[in-house]
Design a binder for this molecule. Structure first.
Ligand code: H79
Length: 459
């Protein structure tokens, strides 16, 4: 059978295939080597700023005097606003306080290493000057400025990586886009490929050709995406900017795994991953949601995520005037100050060699609200790593002395990361333990560096 198949292939093609294939595959964007090379900056970066901004910032959670529950950027869907009405918002779009430099400055102050902004969310409105659809910030608004261009320029000037969120499947503005059934009827009856060819693909092409180097494209909610349709986007991205990362929600394997919104896995994950997360309970600005996570919570989540091998993409929802809510800025800057002194435990740091500290599944067979086995998380401390170094981050005062988890490596010395203060180490029954000063130095999070013999922990 085999030889019969082979015999129909011209010899010249076979020879060419054998001569070219192994070498060239290493350079194709789909090879594991190329993917790892693309991911190098991502693994180093760990912490990024997500920005959800669009026309939904104007109603800010309220439509015709009614409070519309749910995430703010879904207001068009939840209130079933007809396209003809929603479009009118564009005429009010005049965010005179928008300052791209200030936004990038915030990301830098926060210690974030990349920025991802909604170039077009499900509502179909483009924050850039698209020639494909006039429903964009330059052609449809009195503001008339290309927001992505200004942000891309500011990022380039400041050495900040910039990625674009693009809603490839849902587009409530288009008759053939997914999601808008109140104007256009059921999705099954739409010519979805017409929408992909007519708007989504050409807009992604615009994003990858008109705005400089694009760090990543963040696709979302892959409804109606078949492997073939997803491949079209993958090919487009790879052909235009082969180093650009693709997230995990295209509808095909991207370069990394995207977890559920606000979902932090319980344990270490071996492939690259990122958790998209909110700072309150919405992505797009809602006036009634001022319930911000505390700096301590954000710092914990960041270190928790890094100790599990992931990245934290944390969102802000700017207001209609172009400013980012002050309260969210304050939280980010507080964590940023902590990172200035403690970033070595985060940027480019590896995951824990242990994992017991993350917690354990309930031994009593308890289930969570979704019926999944309940995981009882522990939140006292986390550990991240570099060759020869362990970074123990304490969020609560540990029992002192603090027994290090089991390892064969000897400890050379230990010190506080923020100020270099020596932490005494004693060995009891062959097991090293830390005599941590009490109360812990920084009640939010105190990092103790433990230098060990050898590069990695041997258990
Ligand atoms: O961009 C952000 C969200 O808008 C987007 N992903 C993040 C990054 C997202 N798309 N879908 N979802 C999140 C899930 C949305 C679920 C809900 Fe609803 C929207 C719950 C309430 C409004 C749809 C409409 C399901 C129930 C009602």
């Amino acid at each position: 059978m085999r030889s019969a198949v082979f015999s129909r292939v011209p010899i010249a093609v076979l020879a060419l295939g054998m001569a070219v294939s192994p070498a060239s595959r290493a350079q194709t964007p789909d090879s594991p080597e190329a993917k790892e090379a693309r991911l190098a900056w991502f693994h180093e970066a760990k912490y990024g700023l997500f920005i959800h901004w669009g026309l939904y910032a104007i109603p800010a959670g309220e439509w015709q005097g009614r409070r519309i529950p749910g995430i703010g950027e879904w207001i068009m869907f939840r209130a079933k606003i007809p396209v003809s009405e929603y479009e009118q918002l564009a005429k009010q779009w005049n965010p005179v306080k928008f300052d791209a430099e200030a936004w990038v400055q915030l990301a830098q102050d926060a210690g974030m290493k990349y920025v991802v902004i909604t170039s077009k969310h499900h509502d179909g409105f483009a924050l850039f000057h698209s020639k494909v659809s006039p429903f964009n910030v330059v052609d449809a608004t009195p503001f008339g400025r290309d927001i992505l261009k200004e942000l891309a320029d500011a990022c380039a000037r400041r050495g900040m990586r910039l990625g674009f969120y693009y809603s490839q499947a849902q587009d409530w503005h288009e008759p053939n886009g997914a999601g808008n059934t109140w104007d256009f009827g059921p999705d099954e009856e739409k010519d979805f490929d017409e929408y992909l060819r007519g708007k989504a693909e050409p807009q992604v092409r615009e994003l990858l050709t008109g705005y400089g180097k694009v760090a990543l494209v963040w696709f979302d909610t892959p409804r109606l995406m078949t492997p073939e349709r997803a491949q079209g986007f993958t090919d487009l991205v790879r052909s235009l900017q082969p180093k650009t990362l693709i997230d995990g929600r295209l509808g095909a394997a991207g370069d990394y795994v995207t977890t559920g919104d606000n979902v932090i896995p319980a344990e270490v994950q071996s492939t690259a991953w990122e958790v998209p997360a909110t700072l309150n309970h919405t992505w797009g600005y809602r006036e009634d949601d001022q319930d911000w996570k505390s700096p301590g919570d954000v710092a914990f989540k960041l270190v928790d995520i890094v100790s599990k091998g992931g990245n934290y993409l944390l969102n802000v929802g700017p207001m209609a005037d172009g400013t980012i809510p002050q309260a969210s800025q304050d939280v980010l800057r507080t964590v940023g100050r902590w990172l200035k002194a403690n970033g070595e435990a985060v940027y480019g740091a590896g995951p824990t060699p242990w994992g017991d500290e993350h917690g354990e599944p309930s031994s009593k067979g308890a289930k969570d609200l979704r019926g999944n086995p309940l995981f009882l998380a522990r939140e006292e401390w986390r550990v991240t790593t570099r060759p020869g170094k362990l970074y123990f981050t304490f969020f609560k005062e540990p029992r002192v002395p603090f027994d290090l988890p089991p390892m064969k490596n000897a400890v050379k010395r230990a010190y506080r990361l923020a100020d270099g203060h020596t932490i005494r180490v004693e060995v009891e029954g062959g097991r090293p333990r830390l005599l941590i000063d009490r109360p812990i130095h920084d009640p939010m999070a105190t990092v103790v560096v433990v230098e060990i013999e050898g590069d990695a922990v041997e258990r």
